[in-house]
Write a protein that binds this ligand. Sequence first.
Ligand code: ANZ
Length: 817
Amino acid sequence: MPKETYDPARIEPYWRARWDEDDLYRAVDFDESRPKWYALVMFPYTSGDLHVGHWFAYTGPDVHARYRRMRGYNVLFPFGFDAFGLPAENAAIKDGGHPADYTAERMERMLAQLRTLGSAFQWDRLLATSDPEYYRWTQWIFLQLYKNGLAYKAKAPVNWCPKDQTVLANEQVIDGRCERCGTLVVKKELEQWFFRITQYAEELLSFKGLDWPEKVVTMQTNWIGRSEGMEVVFTALTKDGGEEKMPIFTTRPDTLFGVTFMVLAPEHPLVERVTRDDRRAEVDAYVEAARNASDIDRQSTEREKTGVFTGGYAVNPVNGEKVPIWVADYVLMSYGTGAIMAVPGGDERDFEFATKFGLPIREVVSPTGEASAELTQAWVGEGTLINSGRFDGLVAKGPAIAEIAAWAKAQGWGQPKVTYRLRDWLISRQRYWGAPIPIIYCPDHGAVAVPEADLPVLLPRDVDFKPTGASPLATSAEFVNTACPICGKPARRETDTMDTFVDSSWYYLRYTSPHYSDGPFDRRAVDYWMPVDQYMGGIEHAILHLLYSRFFIKALRDCGVLSFDEPFTRLRNQGMIVFGGAKMSKSRGNVRAPDEMVRTHGADAVRLYMLFIAPWSEGGSWYGEGIDGTRRFLTGVHFLATKTYPPDPVEGDSTQERGLVRLTHQTIKSCTEDIEAFKFNTYVAGLMKLRNALQDLHASETARTGAYRRAIDAMILLLAPAAPHLAEELWRATGHEYSVHQERWPDYDESLSAADEFELVVQVNGKVRDRFMLPVGTDEDRVRQTVLARPRIVGLLNGGQPRKVIYIPGKILSIVL
Ligand code: ANZ
């Protein structure tokens, strides 16, 4: 082993300072001479120190961005902080500080750590969403949505976390619990601000032109939850003898003859009017109890069905039949019309309900076309209609739906209808550490938008922000009391702040022109840089953040502020680094910091280690071992480039030399393909293979040749994205001009990279019996002769002739005896 002369502690700070000084990674606005490439990592919360999970997440993208620069792109690769929100606020509450101070201190620490990583982030574009110069424009965007009817205030039952004392968006409720603290979420009726994302439900279902992981597309599609069906109008008979329309949503109008009862959601306004007096007490008690169950629990198939009879009836439009109306919480007010027709013969939930309460079950779809003796469960499969009057015999679902829908339409009691699960985005938060909603309430003029010239509405510093359930800003008289922008009379400010997902829905636009002060962004810069070419981040943002961002772009487009449709063209998700069986995260207390490793082994070794420990898109377990191996690898590269680089190479044509040329081209090819595909671990493995080959040759004749020299040059260039400091150092040591990071990525010659041998597999009667190497281009006759002369095969043939020989060129020769 060569004596270690590689000294990262010396070279790394030196080159970093030099790059900073030269602004080496600058993204050049409006450069038309090169193609642009916007590479974006999801920005972090200011939650504390960076741990190895962050480094794992950022190192791969850094390699990818650096590689793109070397491919001749004008790369934008910015960084910032998602600085508002509960992490900072809760930490401040716990430690007795102020969220603003906490955030500032955390950012500074995280930045210092990040700088030692030697990443190519463009620090002059750094932003933090809690900066008034940023949230001024978050507020401005709110106003554009408001003026275009895309932001509105409404009373709504909201998800309320009793522990965090705040409203949560649907997306932040996981299995009925608060996403952050795990507390059971309850329902509360409150006046809240919403963004009208449902207006874009249909457009958000199209992922045309996007190169996104299938999994994310599926998750978003399911979240939006498009359902095609019909609205059918039943007639409810009210308790005072009147009639009222009772529309329901169904995806199975072909089962209309199987309706044996109806169900209203407990919150449905009709409950009041159909409930008979003698049923009132029981119904009221049920409705009250249902209020606090979460939608998720209510829909759970595990939970036993509950419900009560209202005493009222509805009339089925297909046959005039009177069916009882029940109230049950498995029907949600927020979906369809909040009322259903129950078909126990065709729907599992209705079957369970009917069985429990002794309600009739009628078979209307039969797999055989004949009535079954007894139904033991709902039939949801294919079949033909029975007990359905003149529609008997029609094939269920497709044709039967078409016929009944046409009839319903002609009769005027049914309409095709598309329903979505997606709800409008609730953005009000009764918390302190967020962007104030820029609205003023005037006794005469109602809700009035803060004039754009008065933005930002500054978040006051001296506010008691401990959660009480009321908005902390309401306790600040100075903040609340203001004048109406229209009439000047005393008025009050809105005291809710915005969900932090609002801040993160547009930060990538701000990066294009972070110092622009006439608007949220310079339109020219956005037109030049957007959309993001490559977005990289965790799968945990598959729904919320990505969906909201897509909505923002479409909404801003419709407000006339920009002119494209999608924010992120290509998306790749990294896997998670787990430690002790759980995702590494501060809230779980199982974080490991890379700082010590950087001090002892240098950033390049840690970077390489991060790339190597697990496939980037899959993640893996953290063991913290093996960094010495990557360090040794770098030491070896250092030795080869500084001690064995031939000053006056000779050109030759030995087999060894040709072999090295081939390996060099193969390595360039595989490294290129691996980086493109985010397979950073095999990219590093490829570099190691080349290093090993050079190590084996370094004392041979070949080490004096041009082929050897070019192999070292290629190795340094290929290493540059992964170990930027060492590559820079070695580029200089081998007599090249600064900077290796402005060099072109090496090209490979396909013919030179091609292997000159291949492995032939020999099968006899379907079993693999032999394998050996043959020169590429060996013709079929020669392959046969060689195989049939192999001793193993001769033995198996035992003097006989094969019945059949099949050759798959370059791969398999199959013999049948
Ligand atoms: C009658 C029927 C018969 C139904 C049958 C299904 C099968 P998706 O596909 O999820 O859209 N439904 C409608 N509104 C509801 C609500 N607010 N709460 C709970 N359930 C509701 O499901 C649509 C089906 O879910 C609708 O079709 C309705 O039941 C029920 F053999 O109507 B169906």
